[in-house]
Design a protein around this ligand. Sequence first.
Ligand code: PEP
Ligand code: MG
Length: 756
Amino acid sequence: MSAAASARQILTRLHEIMAGRTHAQHKLDRVVETIAESLHSEVCSIYLLREGALELYATQGLNPDAVHMTRMGLSEGLVGAIARNIETLNLAEAKAHPDFLYRPETGEEKFHSFAGVPIVYRERAVGVLCVQHADPRRYEEVEIEALQTTAMVLSELIAHKELVDDVEAIDLGNTNTETEVIEGLILVKGLATGQAVFHQPRIEIDQVVAEDIEAERQRVYRAFDKMREQIDQLGKEPEFGKGGEHVEVLETYKMFAYDEGWSRRINEAIDSGLTAEAAIERVQQRTRMRMREIDDPLLADRMHDLEDLSNRLLRIVSGQLGTAATQGLRRDSILIARNLGPAELLEYDRRRLKGVVLEEGSLTAHVVIVARAMGIPVLGRVTGVLSKVSEGDEVLLDADRGLVTLRPGQALLDAFDARFAKNRERQAAYAELRDVEPFTRDGTRITVMMNAGLRDDMSSLAMTGADGVGLFRTEFQFLVSATLPARDRQMRLYRDVLDAAGDKPVIFRTVDIGGDKAVPYLNSQVAERDENPAMGWRALRLSLEREGLLKAQARALLEAAAGRQLSVMFPMVSEPWEFDAAKQVFEEQLDFLRGRRRLLPEAIEYGCMLEVPALAEVLEQLVPRLSFISVGTNDLTQFLFAADRANPKLAERYDWLSPAILRFLQRVVRGVEGYPVRLGVCGEMGGRRLEALALLGIGYRRLSITPAAVGPIKELVRKVDLDEISQQMTSWLANPPRSLREALKAWADERGIEAD
Ligand code: PEP
Ligand code: MG
């Protein structure tokens, strides 16, 4: 008999048993009886995980008195090993296995052969199904297959409360109440609590046993067609047109989507009596089990792709499409996902989405840039979180310390609440400073602006009372877009931003894409070639060569600012001519609009970022032509220290408060003295209090920082005596103390200036 026929025979009988009107335990007794008979075994037993131990729930062939009496720990016996390792055992001589444990009450001494499979629910073993035989023989492959298929059906029936009375007592995974703390990589700092919500909701399989095999087969065929169509369609999208990583992924997807072996195995599972959904799940489960046995990271990656595709197929066949965003968040939520795209993140309701936990993710991922702008904490590389958390679990996300706590106890919740309360108190104090102008104690007005990149960020301007937008990262619109944003779309965004800013100034930085902020539709071949993307073909370098891109952006900005002030800033200028060339593009577009008698901006000013150390050496050649300079300390420090800003291993290694950086920044201040140019800092450094203190001390009077830092920095400014800190910094930079950070911290503490 084939595997399919053998399983079908059991499933048909199961179907009949389930249709009966007897109570659950009786049904379970009949199930083991049926399986024993079909597999010509003297014994068939079902163990289920209850209160941390595997309890014998039903048996045919062992001593019936042992039912609900025999309980094995997960570290005990063959049954424990099967559940613990989620593996199948097939032994001719059970006693010869090192994990064998003899339980006298079961009366199993007379049986030699043993085969057992885990009963898996949501990737966790919730029980074990096993058969035993008096003769020492290994079970055949078809019998094992039938056993596995049956175990899968059992898991669904159990979860749907159809086979056991006390299903609440069974550890189905979703009843896991243990607190678990997992470490991750800090991607966006912050604290958050909420209930776990899967970005891709789990698919509920309502029916596992097929009523009409042919109909199920047709459903799977149609789903395959649709999935292949989707994959082929993806290949036609412009971003996949050129080489690069995406193409490779797509090729793998295609290979699996058209893989005969995969569809054949699903078909066989349907033959054994499963519905289309259950058959896909069964094959996926089998693949996962195989993967556990093979330790090959390359293959694991591939299997990841197959798993994704399998989920896609399951979604199509079950009609359960859409993400948690489409269904809407009903409460404060922490989003759990393998990975996310920036556009996917933007689909969520910002009021309810409190944090994001990813199995993958990296510092430079677009989604992280967007999350930072949205003020949503993100923890990445949280290994295994998808299988450890259940939908609705309480989650504490501490992305300040790089930890996520699943199902915290009351004590932890209270401690977290205390930290939250402290945060809230602080926020309220900052809010009071909204309309207070930041003057230092000795009466110097410091300009505190904010950084932005999305339309939604503009609401922070009024909320924080910032003096304007010192850096509008126009590339965000490019990053969250699947295709190149057309000029019109760009224009609308810039106009909305200016409208939202009212009288406050906005400095638009032209796109800084390329390198690590790769957009597939523009530079996938480049991303592949650039070995060192931060120092690669990016920002102005790219814009000057792709002149069409810069022209379109210039037109969009000029049109958006018609009748108003326009401030334009160029990123990554390394030599003065690059600034001139970029300005020229704007001036040509201006002439064009003038020729057409269009309404022009009232005034236009140009400035540049100082992120490349080389520019600092020739600053006097460029400064006379600039209205403002903004130091991008994020890039500048990575180039000064030759330390990739995206490499977490180097994140803590170089200090912004090192004499090298501060002396460099001080030289820039001196270099522009006497010129009518506005000098400021717009890197993350300016938003940290100790660093801001040092910047004030070396002569910076303008900061553009992340909105959340505006309140804290205003508060700091009001406590500082500029003369005092300037003298102190001059002395420290002439004779650096062992740790400038510690010295500055002590200095601030002595004066009651809160700074960390
Ligand atoms: C910087 O480099 O400091 C900066 C503000 O630009 P970005 O972070 O966008 O590269
Ligand atoms: Mg930069």
